[in-house]
Design a binder for this molecule. Structure first.
Ligand code: HEC
Ligand code: HEC
Length: 194
């Protein structure tokens, strides 16, 4: 995904530094095998099968591999994902990220929703319809409300840290946090295979 972005010319905005070096292009077909370990929770196509797991199909490979490495190192913690990620090799991470990233996520705003009413504080990166418009940001469309609130609270408390999301989440009031989670959770997500 990163290589693709560099190729289409946004490269000037994304320095090809050490991060790029950690992201060798994965093999989606080999990743499909790895995804057998993930499917009970995330589905083989990345459409979550259980309410606490996020949809990951069609997410940028850079985002997916960064999160898997964070779970593996303990930088991000979760009772299920920490166990899953602990034994993944760099190659498995690159491959499974490539597999899920090879899908396409499409969002549909429900009736009565107007894209103009999307929270602008979020839509610059996550899109009005929750399909991310910047390379390193995840889609939020159709994620479970509880998942979104949990992650925003994790950024607030420092349990999860990110140079952009930590200050954004910290400045939200409780009411705003519920409102923005509500917006993205209400959107319908579809995931199409490669
Ligand atoms: C037993 C259920 C389960 C299995 C199996 C599982 N996951 Fe997860 N996964 C979760 C849950 C729950 C979360 C949310 C963690 C949190 O709340 O921080 C998650 C989060 C993630 C995230 C972060 C997504 C985001 O939007 O930030 C990624 C990436 C991920 N899983 C990939 C995988 C991959 C790849 C596998 C297989 C190798 C896998 N998971 C196996 C339950 C599971
Ligand atoms: C300038 C870009 C930017 C803006 C604006 C922004 N985000 Fe993010 N967001 C990101 C990036 C990048 C990540 C990935 C963080 C990481 O790697 O851990 C992220 C991650 C998240 C996550 C975690 C999703 C997951 O799947 O685990 C949530 C939830 C989130 N953002 C919600 C919001 C909300 C709500 C707003 C508006 C109030 C917002 N973001 C505004 C860039 C942005």
């Amino acid at each position: 995904m990163r290589a693709l972005i560099l190729a289409v010319g946004l490269g000037g905005l994304i320095p090809a530094g050490p991060l790029a070096a950690q992201d060798p292009p994965g093999d989606p077909q080999a990743g499909r095998q790895v995804a057998n370990m993930c499917r009970t929770c995330h589905g083989l196509d990345g459409y979550a099968q259980v309410p606490i797991a996020p949809h990951i199909g069609g997410e940028p490979a850079t985002y997916l591999s960064a999160q898997l490495r964070a779970f593996r190192s303990g930088e991000r913690e979760h009772e299920m994902m920490s166990v899953v990620a602990k034994n993944l090799t760099d190659e498995q991470i690159a491959n499974v990220a490539a597999w899920y990233a090879s899908h396409t996520a499409t969002a549909v705003l429900p009736d009565g929703f107007d894209a103009a009413a999307a929270p602008t504080l979020c839509s610059d990166c996550h899109g009005a319809d929750g399909i991310a418009v910047v390379a390193d940001a995840p889609h939020l469309a159709g994620e479970n409300r509880v998942y979104l609130e949990t992650q925003l609270n994790a950024f607030r408390t420092g349990q999860r840290t990110h140079d952009i999301m930590t200050p954004i989440a910290t400045e939200l009031t409780d009411g705003e946090l519920r409102e923005v989670a509500d917006w993205f959770a209400s959107i319908e997500l579809e995931i199409a295979g490669p």
